[in-house]
Design a protein around this ligand. Structure first.
Ligand code: GUN
Length: 301
């Protein structure tokens, strides 16, 4: 058997759909217990500004998952041209509402609205995205807090597959506050999974290909379809694909296909573990958000 075929055989898909299903099943049981005890069920309030197609899809999945597992959910739709002042007022109302446990404002927001002002307005105890500076600071210090859903979901996936990341070189491509930065912190924590030596790469990184080839773990979170190709990946690497880009495709009924940041066809044959798109990180992000919402409810009530 050729060496490449050997790796093909050894490669394992990190099945986010399966692991997220297990997380949701556990939460469903816990919610049923809350109901049986006459206690309050978790309530997630989500705000969607405008009608960006991808955001509609993501928020739709979040609300549907709440319904599936027995959480209460409220979706607040606001027009694209809403003022920042009015959006902040909606957040203040949710902060004051004792029935609401978790609040999320789907990003990106229209350019006229400051992400920073919006994130800062959310009560940190209801900030189930973990984006508020006080929660981001707590994460940085390794204190209990809400971890941002995508990196949290990836850590749960690594944990489920019992991947020993200790001492590995992790290369995170992308430095967003939503994924790249928190991912780099969690992977470098003194934890399991964790204890990685982390390199964070961005648009100004020199020799990106070379750095990727030295990686034991690659987390691709830059938002460019099929950016990571087989020649950038070391044999046996663990590859986590965070990308979900809509690539126009006139042969499809909906007019596009979803592609990750990783070129699956050339990378999968070289790596030891890989997340598919769809069905990898996406479902884990939602599962982690649900865990955070449950935590918000339990901590408060
Ligand atoms: N946009 C892309 N990812 C996220 C996320 O995790 N939370 C929110 N609120 N918006 C996003």
């Amino acid at each position: 058997m050729k060496e490449q075929e050997l790796y093909l055989c050894a490669m394992q898909i990190l099945d986010g759909q399966l692991v997220a299903g297990a997380v949701k099943e556990e939460l469903t049981i816990r919610v049923a217990q809350l109901v049986a005890e006459g206690r309050k069920v978790p309530h997630l309030a989500a705000i969607l500004v405008g009608n960006n197609g991808a955001s509609e899809t993501y928020i739709g999945s979040k609300v549907k998952t709440c319904q599936d597992i027995g959480f209460k959910s409220t979706l607040i739709r606001l027009p694209e041209d809403i003022s920042e002042f009015k959006l902040l007022n909606s957040i203040h109302d949710l902060n004051r509402d004792p029935d609401v446990d978790g609040i999320l404002v789907q990003l990106p927001l229209p350019k006229s609205i400051s992400d920073e002002n919006v994130i800062n307005a959310i009560d940190p105890f209801k900030d189930v995205d973990g984006f508020h500076p006080s929660n981001a600071g707590r994460m940085l210090q390794g204190l209990p807090t809400f971890l941002p859903a995508t990196p949290h979901g990836i850590m749960l996936l690594l944990e489920h597959y019992k991947i020993d990341t200790r001492g590995l070189h992790a290369v995170v491509i992308g430095r967003s506050n939503i994924v790249g930065r928190p991912m780099s912190i969690l992977l470098s924590n003194n934890s399991n999974p964790g204890n990685c030596t982390v390199t964070i790469c961005h648009s100004h990184t020199k020799n990106l290909d070379e750095i990727c080839r030295s990686a034991d773990i690659i987390v691709a979170a830059l938002g460019r379809a099929e950016f990571v190709t087989g020649d950038m990946v070391k044999e046996g690497a663990i590859v986590i694909d965070v990308g979900i880009t809509r690539v126009p495709d006139s042969t499809k009924k909906r007019g596009y296909v979803i592609r990750g940041d990783v070129q699956f066809s050339t990378v999968a044959t070289k790596c030891s573990f890989i997340t598919p798109v769809p069905g990898g990180v996406g479902p884990m992000t939602i599962a982690a958000l649900m865990k955070n919402t449950y935590k918000a409810c339990i901590d408060k009530n």
